[in-house]
Design a protein around this ligand. Structure first.
Ligand SMILES: [Zn+2]
Length: 317
């Protein structure tokens, strides 16, 4: 559905839309997994309440996922999902607050972080084939005492993010405490299959990372001005992972302005989700994100504390 179609929905229609995405084959009890479910109709019940015949618990489509306990109208939720899924560089909480008429910035911020939580994918299949790997420094604020000096690239006080992107495939981006052999190896080991051909730039740390890959390690010598070469017709470059970082950085500078260290992992997940679903249209991407909300929760306390975000755990100290 387009944003205009979503905006015209009644609350009942929005609920039916969410039910159709979550339960394409009919409702499933989020408490026990039973499909023996009846709809409680009539004035005595809230709209959308279902009852499980097996465990006798009541539930709605907003139980057992990131919507749980939210008082925001479902129409605004589906529009927020659409806006975050269709904007290449993301959408700031301030803009979302204005466009959806949300009561407070805090509400908008909590909403966007819950959507990012839904977008967080824990894929079982490792990246394979040809995988490009690189690191960049994004987000965060300069540490006290750094003054106005903002160094670029390696050695800056900003938070390093390591990204791995499979050619014509998926991506994963992870903030790390520092760029080291240990942190790079950790990200590579968690996300890339052993038989992969790994392509990086000529940062020498990658030589040690590349040793683990039986597909071999190719590095492009950026220092000497080499950006692409061909081996048996295969282009050796890191342009794909650099495109990923270009989007993340444009989002950082153009939309979010500041991605705090605490939330950086979740922003990375947002950009990675859009990247991985880039071949879908906006409507399908939105529905994929809503579907991915299943079983995920993020409380306001977890957001404020910076917990509940496994992707932000430093890969190495
Ligand atoms: Zn049940």
């Amino acid at each position: 559905m387009t944003l205009t179609q979503l905006a015209r929905m009644t609350e009942d229609e929005a609920r039916e839309y969410l039910e159709g995405i979550r339960w394409p084959n009919g409702p499933i009890c989020p408490h026990c997994g039973s499909v023996e479910v009846t709809r409680l109709n009539g004035e005595a019940h809230r709209a959308g309440v279902l009852k499980c015949k097996a465990c006798r618990e009541q539930f709605t489509v907003t139980v057992g996922n990131i919507f749980e306990s939210s008082h925001i109208p479902l129409v605004k939720w589906v529009m927020a999902f659409h806006l975050l899924c269709s904007s290449k560089k993301g959408i700031s909480s301030l803009q979302l607050q204005r466009e959806l008429g949300l009561g407070s910035y805090r509400t908008a911020l909590f909403m966007t972080h819950r959507i990012r939580e839904a977008m967080t994918e824990h894929v079982d299949t490792a990246l394979a084939g040809i995988v490009e790997m690189d690191e960049a420094y994004v987000g965060g604020k300069p540490r006290p005492g750094d003054g106005k000096i903002h160094k670029k690239g390696r050695g800056t006080s900003k938070t390093p993010v390591v990204a791995v992107v499979q050619r014509s495939g998926d991506s994963e981006a992870t903030p790390v405490a520092s760029v080291s052999i240990a942190s790079l190896k950790s990200v590579a080991g968690e996300n890339i299959a052993p038989g992969t051909v790994l392509i990086t730039d000529d940062l020498n740390l990658y030589d040690r990372v590349g040793e683990s890959f039986t597909g071999g390690h190719r590095s492009v010598n950026h220092t000497d001005g080499e950006y692409v070469r061909y081996e048996n017709g295969v282009p050796i470059h890191t342009n794909t992972v650099e495109s990923f970082f270009a989007l993340l950085k444009r989002g950082h500078y153009g939309v979010y302005h500041s991605m705090s260290r605490k939330h950086l992992g979740r922003y990375c997940e947002e950009f990675s989700f859009r990247w991985d679903h880039r071949k879908m249209n906006d409507s399908d991407r939105t529905e994929a994100a809503i579907k991915a909300a299943e079983g995920k929760r993020l409380t306001y306390r977890e957001m404020v504390d910076g917990s509940g975000d496994s992707s932000a755990v430093p890969a190495s100290a």
